[in-house]
Design a protein around this ligand. Structure first.
Ligand SMILES: Cc1cc2nc3c(=O)[nH]c(=O)nc-3n(C[C@H](O)[C@H](O)[C@H](O)COP(=O)(O)OP(=O)(O)OC[C@H]3O[C@@H](n4cnc5c(N)ncnc54)[C@H](O)[C@@H]3O)c2cc1C
Length: 635
């Protein structure tokens, strides 16, 4: 059963302060007696671990990377939102809250979203204090820009490297705690299982990736900050190693998985050039502030030099279809629009899967220096990947998998359905409903880690006390044995295919049938294909590298098994959701003019899947007291 969401009493603007002033605390002298296990060192994990270390707890942090700084967060480009209203352009906490709810197509929890908007204001001050070099204007004040789905400029940024600067700040906080002896970091360690006793998380089974040794680690609570699962599609903008194993393992141990089919397709990726590509590169959404999106009106012009196509023959489809937001419509709308024009045969570049993002007007209006200051590194990155000079010819972009709004279900305190298992950052089902607005993932990761966990974890520890299950207990021994046997089993597979080849096959099924556009027939077909793949896996794959020590193919094979399980769950969830919401366009449910048709009567809920005695679906009803659901229009 889904536990209570534990939303504090009071009006929406008082809930968080009510919780903060009434939650239980652990006295300073007792804190070092509690051990907290954190998996993940991205913005969410590093901020949570350093904040809890600062409070005086014993914190152990695990990452499969060789250093915490390699967490995927380092790649975030465009910026981080905050309702500071420095621009005096009409922003407020309430506006950020309302836009996030609307952007998410009214499929998120009001109380959580309000708190996120409220905390956003503190995040920027905290990060400035940590030394994050945010962009500043001529007068020295913090500069902001706009992202999709909003009509204010509330996005703080550090060139196109905001995630990098934020992660370095979190990392230095973390190292300060390492130096003080409160935090211990275990790089090159992968969590392979969660140990749960009587529905309380009591520890982890981790594998040292360098020598293959397996360890039982006991803790008084566990925090998963393991990022998103877009790599289930194989091609995505995420780091190559990002995966879903930690949350799938927790799901298998009883944690509810919310809205697994809610994935975000980002409109501005560099288009794939062939079937064999292994990674997509994101071009930040911030580029849509100044770049204009278009395709040729006539198919004959598709292979022409775009500079020679006259203005009258260019179709600025976003500006025409969505005049009030233009090129800054939210990601789901912009992605679907790009797919539509490409499906109509107007796409440019290899395989006809691309649209232009053109800076010629902006360069003319603002000058090259200003554009270079705003996006210089993104232009360089585009040129080094494509070999085309975006100062001369328009960039080409196409939608690609980017972010996952689905994840483990959490209550207001960010605790999953397993007691003592907290889930933060992109790994939880988050505050973004059916579609995340740009620049709000960094905001959520830091809100969770620096501001919410430091209250909710002590509250849990003070209320529940220490975990009394030792590492030598039968539960830990059984869990460790299961992990060792699983590794032996995967190493014994004798198929003829590399793991990545089968992963690509899974990704293609999901992209084609459970991606931007979905239908009952396609999903049903995908479900049987994925089930077949799951069954055939032992006969298909072979782990080419040898041994239980450092073995990338083994790591990938274990993750692939979990991706296959997740793929099935995503399809089942997509089948159940008989409505179009956010970027999840069910072809059967659309308005007369082809827009997504939401069904609030039957689907204003969070779908939560459990894996006990087979798969079971439960729902958490969503109610909207402060912002009434409206039909989302960006026209
Ligand atoms: C290219 C790109 C650009 C983006 N730009 C922006 C932006 O401008 N603004 C914005 O708001 N958002 C942006 N996002 C989204 C944002 O970057 C992510 O949502 C966010 O960084 C996720 O942070 P996280 O801490 O939850 O996870 P991550 O940063 O992904 O960290 C996950 C951590 O978990 C560890 N881990 C995972 N599984 C295990 C395991 N089993 N065992 C041990 N360790 C494990 C990893 O080693 C890593 O340390 C962007 C995303 C992409 C892909």
């Amino acid at each position: 059963m889904i536990p209570s969401a534990n939303i504090p009493p009071g009006s929406i603007d008082k809930k968080w302060s009510n919780f903060k002033s009434s939650c239980e605390l652990v006295a300073p002298a007792n804190r070092r007696k509690f051990r907290i296990l954190v998996v993940g060192t991205g913005l969410a994990g590093a901020s949570a671990a350093s904040a809890l270390g600062e409070q005086g707890y014993e914190v152990l942090v695990f990452t499969y990377h060789d250093t915490p700084r390699r967490a995927h967060s380092i790649a975030a480009q465009g910026g981080i939102n905050a309702a500071k209203n420095y621009r005096n352009d009409g922003d407020s906490v309430f506006r950020l809250f309302a836009e996030t709810l609307k952007g998410g197509d009214f499929r998120s929890r009001e109380a959580n979203v309000y708190r996120l908007a409220e905390i956003s204001v503190q995040i920027i001050d905290h990060c400035v204090a940590l030394g994050v070099p945010f962009a500043r204007d001529y007068g020295g004040y913090l500069d902001t820009r706009s992202f999709g789905g909003t009509r204010v400029a509330r996005t703080f940024y550090a060139r196109g490297q905001t995630g990098q600067q934020l992660l370095l700040a979190c990392y230095s906080s973390l190292l300060r705690q390492v130096d003080l002896g409160n935090v211990k970091i275990f790089p090159n360690h992968e969590m392979l299982d969660l140990v749960v006793v009587d529905n309380r998380a009591v520890g982890l089974i981790v594998r040292n990736l360098l020598n293959g040794s397996i360890h039982r680690i006991k803790g008084d609570c566990v925090i998963l900050a393991t990022g998103g699962y877009s790599n289930v599609y194989y091609l995505s903008t995420n780091a190559r190693k990002s995966n879903a194993s930690a949350i799938v393992r927790a799901f298998k141990r009883g944690a509810g998985f919310a809205n697994p089919c809610f994935t975000q397709i980002h409109p501005t990726c560099i288009p794939a050039t062939s079937e064999h590509q292994s990674k997509l590169t994101l071009m930040s959404e911030s580029l849509r502030n100044d770049g204009r999106v278009w395709v040729p009106r006539n198919q004959e012009d598709k292979s022409k030099d775009p500079r020679l196509i006259p203005e009258k023959d260019r179709f600025y489809y976003l500006e025409q279809w969505y005049p009030s937001y233009g090129n800054l419509t939210p990601r789901d709308i912009a992605s679907r629009a790009a797919k539509k024009v490409c499906d109509e045969g107007l796409g440019v570049g290899p395989m006809g899967l691309g649209v232009y993002l053109d800076f010629a007007d902006a360069i003319k209006r603002l000058g090259k220096d200003t554009i270079a200051e705003r996006y210089g590194n993104l232009f360089e990155m585009y040129q080094s990947i494509t070999g085309e000079n975006p100062w001369e010819v328009p960039m080409r972009i196409y939608p690609g998998p980017h972010y996952t709004m689905g994840g483990l279900w959490v209550d207001y305190n960010l605790m999953s359905t397993v007691s003592g298992l907290f889930v933060i950052g992109e790994a939880n089902f988050s505050d973004h409903g059916a579609n995340r607005l740009g620049a709000s993932a960094l905001m959520q990761g830091l809100a969770d880690g620096f501001f919410i966990i430091p209250y909710s974890v002590p509250h849990f520890l003070a209320t529940n006390g220490k975990n009394k299950i030792s590492e030598d207990s039968p539960e830990f021994i059984v869990a460790e044995k299961a992990v060792s046997e699983r590794i032996k089993r995967v190493l014994s597979y004798q198929g003829n295919h590399a793991v990545s080849e089968i992963h690509r096959r899974l990704g293609k099924i999901l992209w084609d049938k459970c991606g931007m556009s979905r239908s009952h027939a396609g999903l049903t077909n995908a479900l049987s294909e994925v089930k077949e793949l799951a069954e055939a896996l032992p006969k298909l794959i072979r782990v080419i590298d040898e041994g239980e020590g450092l073995n990338y193919a083994l790591e990938h094979a274990l993750r692939l098994e979990d991706f296959v399980k997740l793929g099935e769950l995503m399809i089942l969830d997509a089948l159940e959701r008989k409505e179009s919401c956010g970027g999840h366009f069910r072809e059967e449910f659309q308005s007369e003019d082809g827009e997504a048709a939401r069904n609030d009567e039957e689907f204003a809920h969070v779908s939560v899947w459990f894996n006990q005695n087979g798969l079971r679906l439960e729902t958490e009803k969503l109610t909207f007291e402060y912002v009434k659901p409206t039909i989302r229009s960006y026209k």
